[in-house]
Design a binder for this molecule. Structure first.
Ligand SMILES: [Fe+2]
Length: 241
């Protein structure tokens, strides 16, 4: 099985199409989506329709549930809260219902899928440091847990009583070790690289690759501005921050 793992699409239809084109070239036959399908960007229906069409196994992100009123935006910054309110009124009812019904956790092929952290999926915490990873890696039994949420791709690898962190573009996942993989963000990367990010996992060979894809950033920005969304949500796409 060759799996494309996507996260944090954030209503960026142009980035999603470029990633799906790349995934076809990579020979991906399975799609997993780690949440935050919507929020920030201007094309919620386009991306939700596409993810539904793909039949991607999908878990809920905080922005997905904010758009359908299941998560309060009190903890959101101003731009995120404005975007959530805009998304709530600019997304078809059937797509909002689909987002509301997403589970917090799924498990497929020895891999746990969750948007934020496996220890407390509904608290929307971040796992950024080795200290965080020690807590998180005690909270799942599978060999691999895939997450998004921080928009920052990287891998924690637990080997015996050591946890290492790597941002290497490819890594072979080995039996007997445990992995916490952040696949980065399709629609709003925040690691200084504006290209869309996703991961490809060959479950036979164990090879995991972080893939970056150039897309039409200006087209996505123009749609955000035309929708009346906060201009910062457009400008940050060019900076990748
Ligand atoms: Fe996100």
């Amino acid at each position: 099985m060759i799996v494309a793992i996507l996260s944090d699409v954030h209503s960026n239809g142009d980035a999603l199409e470029a990633v799906l084109e790349s995934a076809r070239t990579e020979g991906c036959d399975t799609y997993w989506c780690l949440g935050d399908v919507v929020g920030y960007g201007a094309e919620p229906d386009r991306v939700v329709d596409r993810v539904r069409e793909l039949g991607a196994v999908t878990v809920a992100g905080n922005h997905d549930w904010a758009a359908c009123g299941k998560v309060s935006t009190r903890q959101f910054n101003k731009n995120a809260a404005l975007a959530a309110a805009w998304t709530a009124t600019n997304t078809r009812k059937d797509n909002l219902e689909w987002l509301a019904a997403l589970p917090l956790v799924e498990t497929r092929d020895h891999t746990r899928l969750v948007h934020a952290t496996p220890s407390a999926p509904e608290e929307w915490n971040y796992c950024m440091r080795i200290d965080d990873a020690w807590i998180e890696m005690k909270s799942f039994e599978e060999m691999i847990c895939m997450i998004g949420h921080s928009h920052y791709p990287g891998v924690f690898e637990k080997d015996g009583d050591e946890i290492r962190y790597t941002r290497a573009p490819s890594l072979r996942l080995r039996e007997g070790r445990q992995y916490l993989v952040n696949v980065g963000s399709v629609g709003q990367p925040r690691d200084g690289d504006p290209r869309a990010a996703y991961a490809v996992h060959d479950t036979e060979s164990g090879l995991l690759r972080h893939v970056r894809v150039t897309y039409d950033v200006e087209a996505a920005q123009a749609k955000i501005l035309a929708a009346g969304l906060p201009p910062f949500l457009a400008s940050r796409l060019a900076a990748g921050d």
